[in-house]
Design a protein around this ligand. Sequence first.
Ligand SMILES: *Cc1c(COP(=O)(O)O)cnc(C)c1O
Length: 367
Amino acid sequence: MRVMAMDKVNPYIEINPAAIRDNAACIAAKARPFGCEIVGVTKGCCGYPPVAQAMLDGGIRMLGDSRLENILRMRQAGINAAYLLLRIPMLSEAAAVVELADISLNSEVAVMEALGRFAVRRGTVHRVILMVDLGDLREGVMPADVLPTVARIGRLPGIELAGVGTNLACYGGVIPDKENMAALLQLREEIQRVSGKQIAVVSGGNSANLQMLWRGELPPGINQLRVGEGILLGNETIERQKMPGLRQDAFCLYAEIIELKIKPSVPHGRIGQNALGEVPRYADQGPRARAILALGRQDVMVDGLLPLDEQVHIIGSSSDHLIADVTDSAVSWQVGMKVPFAVKYGALMTAMASSYVRKNVITSGSK
Ligand SMILES: *Cc1c(COP(=O)(O)O)cnc(C)c1O
């Protein structure tokens, strides 16, 4: 069988490491006056080593990822950083967590007990950050359970309580503010008072905290933020605003036009379900220029694609096809041309995870 020249295959996502480096450096510089360290979160890129390296080039020293596979990938690529496991660990992966992560976010004593057991076996101590649920209702112990949980952690061999943390704006959409940040700091104080031990890390959140950081309103004492989307896409995540000083040009997805024809805007025939079980509706706009691109929902979360040509409109997609209305475009699109898209987080993460989407790193230095 003939082997395809995989370095030329479409679709592909173009990655600009200089933009990632600049964003990491800018966010780290904003945080530094607050004594706050930025953990560069790589899960949106599956721990793709050139992305991780770009974060380090921007001055980041700790990388965070939700998956051990990604941490292993970065370590095997020789990415020299401290690694924070973001997703609270599965009991079944405890041994690997101790081996691969320098520190992990946790909320279950049973899991921390297992982590401690494997740490003792390896002759090390595993560091944990205890996650507290401050209202968003994803991971974390409820505030009232923090002190009893800390007491139990204190009895676990092989475990060091390195910090407390919280994660907002992920499930519930709760906005980080002075009140919930103060609550986290207050819990740290109480833990220190009751345990008599110093709690070094207060991990206050993610890219949803960037507005707070830019306004200079990060409360002193919040000494760690775990930032992914802000570094990768250059926006905060409460209103998805572009942040001044950050770049939005780190990623661009290209897909090739495989058919381009003038067709009616309303299908002909009785309408049932489409390929993915939805019943579509159409407005009659007369004949339109429709481009079919070799890109589909098996490659990328199509909802997260933004055509760079604003006169190109995505009108539908199935597993392997994307249909775009190009009637109003000033570009004379042709079969074989590649249409560029900016990506939102969902499109970025799925494109990076897809084996069908080629990754193309720009190597021309600081573009
Ligand atoms: C994904 C994740 C982050 C990073 O979130 P962004 O919005 O990409 O900055 C931080 N903390 C935890 C626990 C996460 O799972």
